[in-house]
Design a binder for this molecule. Structure first.
Ligand SMILES: *[C@@H]1O[C@H](CO)[C@@H](O)[C@H](O)[C@H]1NC(C)=O
Ligand SMILES: *[C@@H]1O[C@H](CO)[C@@H](O)[C@H](O)[C@H]1NC(C)=O
Length: 389
C-alpha cells in the first residue's frame, strides 16, 4: 500500500471522537497509573518459584495437557535481537525452541523434567522463531507461529508417540495471514488465528507503532482452513494478540492496545463471530488461556514504556553467561507483569492473581486445576514462574 493511502487511512480512523475517549480511558490511563513507582505488587498464590533460569528464557507461550501433566513452552532467546512484533531487527541468527516440561512432579526442581523437543524434518534453510503455540490433543498436532526472517507462517508438527520429539509436517503461509500471532485450534485443520497488525513492523515500523499506540482496530481474528486454504476475516480489533476458545461456542481474543479482551459467540456452521462482551483490563493484555473449569487467565504488560526499553535493550546484557563483554545481566532494566482471571461472569468482573516486576514481561499464564498449580511465562525473562494455589 502506498504511504499516502496509509496516512489517509490512519487519519480517518483517528477522527472518531468516542473512540479517542475510549482510548484515553483505557490505554491512556495505563501510562498515568501504572508507572513503576505507583504499581503495587501482589500475588494470590500460596507459594511460587522461578525455575530453569539458566536453561530457558524469553518464553512466549505455554500450553498444558492436564491429563499428561505436561506443559509445552515456546522460548526464543533470539528475541533480544529479533522481534517482529515490537520491531527489533538486529539479527535473526539465534533461534528458538519448543520445550516440554513434565510439571506433574513440581516439588522436584529437576532440569531433567525439561526437555527440548527439536524439529525432526524441519527445512535446514528455514529459521525458527516461535511465538504463539497451540496443541490439539485429539490429533497430537502442535501449531506454532514462526516469525522467520524469510516470512511469517504457521508450522505444523506432530508430537511423537513418546512425546519426546516434534515431527515437522509442513509450513502454512498465506498472504492474508501476514502478521500471525496466536492460534486457537477448532480441530486438526480449522483454526482461529490473529493477525496482530495491519502494518508489518519489518516494513513500516513507524506506522506499526502508531497503529499500536492509537489502538487502531486494524488487527484481525481470522478463520483459517488448512485443507481448503480458505482464510476469512471474522473480526477486527486493535493489536489482536492471544486467542482462545472458552468452549465450542465461545471465543476470547485479547486486544493489546484496547486494552480489552473480547468475548465472541461462534456460529457453529459458518464460524462467524458475534461480540458478546468486552472486558476492560488495566494493562496491555498479551496471552490468554482457559483452564479446565472454564476460567480465563489474562496475562499482560502494565506499563508499555518500560516494556519498550526492555525489548530494545535486552540484547546489550549478557543473559546467557557468554562473558562476551556485554553488560552484566543483573543490571538489565525490568518491566512489570500483571495476571488477571475472569470466571465467566456476564459483568466482566476480574480478579488479580499476580502483579510485580520480580518476574516481569508476563505474557502467558496457564493453570492445572487438578494439581492446583500454574505456570507464568515472561517474554524477556529467564526461566518460568511456577505457582501453587
Ligand atoms: C498465547 O498466545 C499465543 C500467541 O501470542 C497463542 O497462539 C496461544 O494460543 C496462546 N496460548 C495460550 C495458552 O493462551
Ligand atoms: C461457554 O462459555 C461462556 C463464557 O464462560 C458461557 O457463558 C457459556 O455458557 C459456555 N457454553 C457452554 C456450552 O458451556
Amino acid at each position: 500500500m502506498a504511504p499516502t493511502r496509509s496516512i489517509i487511512l490512519i487519519g480517518l480512523v483517528a477522527l472518531a471522537g468516542p473512540w479517542v475517549y475510549d482510548k484515553y480511558t483505557g490505554f491512556g490511563q495505563m501510562f498515568l497509573k501504572n508507572t513503576p513507582a505507583k504499581l503495587p505488587s501482589m500475588n494470590a498464590f500460596s507459594s511460587y518459584k522461578v525455575l530453569f533460569q539458566d536453561t530457558i528464557r524469553n518464553c512466549e507461550d505455554a500450553v498444558i495437557d492436564e491429563d499428561a501433566g505436561m506443559a509445552l513452552l515456546s522460548c526464543d532467546p533470539g528475541r533480544d535481537w529479533w522481534n517482529t512484533v515490537m520491531g527489533t531487527f538486529i539479527s535473526s541468527h539465534k533461534e528458538g525452541e519448543i520445550w516440554s516440561y513434565l510439571y506433574s512432579q513440581i516439588d522436584v526442581e529437576d532440569e531433567a523434567l525439561l526437555h527440548p523437543l527439536g524439529r525432526h524434518g524441519f527445512p535446514a534453510d528455514r529459521e525458527f522463531h516461535p511465538l504463539g503455540l497451540e496443541y490439539e490433543p485429539a490429533s497430537d498436532t502442535v501449531f506454532a507461529v514462526n516469525h522467520a526472517s524469510s516470512g511469517s507462517g504457521i508450522e505444523i508438527f506432530k508430537l511423537s508417540p513418546t512425546r519426546e520429539h516434534l515431527l515437522w509436517e509442513r509450513t502454512f503461509i498465506h498472504p492474508k495471514v501476514h502478521t500471525p500471532n496466536s492460534i486457537a485450534a477448532i480441530n486438526e485443520h480449522e483454526l482461529f488465528v490473529t493477525n496482530d497488525h495491519y502494518f508489518l513492523a519489518r516494513n513500516f515500523k513507524p506506522f506499526s507503532k502508531i497503529e499500536t499506540y492509537l489502538g487502531l482496530p486494524l488487527g484481525e481474528v481470522l478463520y483459517v482452513n488448512l485443507k481448503t486454504n480458505e482464510v476469512r476475516t471474522l473480526a477486527r480489533l486493535g493489536f489482536a494478540n492471544g486467542v482462545k476458545m472458552l468452549n465450542k461456542t465461545t471465543l476470547a481474543a485479547a486486544s493489546t492496545s484496547g486494552p480489552d479482551v473480547y468475548i465472541y459467540s461462534i456460529d457453529p456452521e459458518t464460524k462467524s463471530l458475534t461480540q458478546k462482551l468486552k472486558i476492560r483490563v488495566p494493562f496491555a493484555p498479551d496471552n490468554i488461556s482457559v483452564d479446565s473449569n472454564g476460567k480465563l487467565l489474562i496475562a499482560g504488560h502494565p506499563y508499555p514504556p518500560t516494556m519498550e526499553v526492555v525489548s530494545s535493550t535486552n540484547h546489550e546484557y549478557d543473559l546467557d553467561n557468554a562473558n562476551d563483554g556485554r553488560k552484566p545481566a543483573s543490571e538489565r532494566p525490568r518491566a512489570a507483569g500483571w495476571i488477571k482471571e475472569w470466571d465467566g461472569n456476564p459483568e466482566g468482573k476480574t480478579r488479580d492473581l499476580y502483579i510485580g516486576a520480580e518476574y516481569g514481561t508476563t505474557c502467558t499464564a496457564v493453570r492445572d486445576v487438578k494439581r492446583k498449580m500454574g505456570i507464568i511465562t515472561g517474554l524477556y525473562e529467564k526461566g518460568i514462574l511456577v505457582w501453587k494455589e
